[in-house]
Design a binder for this molecule. Structure first.
Ligand code: ATP
Length: 262
């Protein structure tokens, strides 16, 4: 066999270099040195045993599956520290929240650490109020470790996925999910005293017959100037989705008064 022509060899080399470069950039994007050190620190503390593949690669965060040293599945959410969207996206939630206002004006990195801690605390507050969320386990810098919703690194479906025709759920089952979600909304408002502020079919998973609320980093206290506006939006989103799957949803006014108790 004759050797491949010189141009082909060069092209292959070029492509390989490109691939390495791309891979390097992808890894680099999430795991800057400080993130890498944060993951190591969580390993040293015995929180994370091993880190596995990506579950989700959003604009603001990546979610990975990991194992605890005892072999339990974990979800590791790593907030990206270098995206422009992040800056724009979170300011409107943080400003006006007395717990975070002071921090908001300091460096971006610290802002992101505060954001990760905020999600951790919101998860705690929701869980304490009796709302099913992933159990928060640990937070360090821009890395949040929580219970994995699913098993063997296969995540549970989101409501949006459950609504696909192939997953045919009966109207009664949807009704049950809806009732539980409304019960969670009542508890969020009246017990946790928080508004989720991004509640929709993309932020609710379905696991072991129960809806599980995720992505609570942007949740705001009732005292937040936009809390009422966010709540109204959440209610509309929930009404829209559940009526699209055949649930006879109560009127907006009825839901609003049930949730707020007013
Ligand atoms: P996005 O930018 O897509 O809105 P996000 O960066 O705000 O997402 P989340 O919504 O919290 O992050 O999580 C992204 C995805 O990761 C979820 O849609 C879900 O598929 C998966 N996920 C999040 N938390 C868990 C968990 N605890 N267990 C299993 N999977 C999870």
């Amino acid at each position: 066999k004759s050797p491949p022509p010189k141009e082909l060899v060069q092209k292959r080399k070029f492509l390989k270099r490109q691939k390495d470069k791309d891979m390097f950039e992808t890894v680099e994007e999430v795991f800057d040195t400080s993130t890498l050190m944060a993951v190591y620190e969580l390993m040293r503390r015995g929180v994370i045993g091993e880190l596995f593949g990506t579950i989700s690669a959003g604009k603001e965060a990546r979610v990975y599956c990991a194992k605890s040293p005892e072999g339990k599945d974990l979800a590791v959410k790593i907030y990206l520290t270098n995206t422009a969207e992040f800056r724009k996206g979170i300011r409107k939630y943080i400003l006006g929240d007395p717990r975070f206002e002071q921090i908001a004006n300091r460096g971006l990195r610290r802002l992101i650490y505060a954001w990760a801690r905020k999600e951790f605390r919101n998860l705690k507050r929701f869980a304490k109020a009796g709302i099913r969320v992933p159990e928060p386990i640990s937070v360090y810098k821009n890395v949040l470790v929580m219970e994995f919703i699913g098993e063997n690194c296969k995540r549970a479906p989101l409501l949006v996925e459950l609504a696909k025709p192939e997953n045919k759920l009966s109207t009664e089952e949807w009704q049950k999910i809806f009732d539980t979600v409304v019960d969670y909304m009542v508890k969020m408002y009246q017990k946790a005293k928080l508004v989720h502020a991004d509640l929709n079919e993309f932020n609710i998973m379905y696991w072991q017959g129960e809806p599980v609320i995720i992505d609570v980093s942007q949740a705001v206290p009732l005292s937040h100037p936009y809390a009422d506006e966010f709540l109204r939006h959440d209610i509309q989103q929930i009404r829209r989705f559940f009526s699209s799957v055949g649930v006879e949803v109560p009127s907006f006014a009825e839901l609003y008064s049930k949730i707020t108790g007013m």
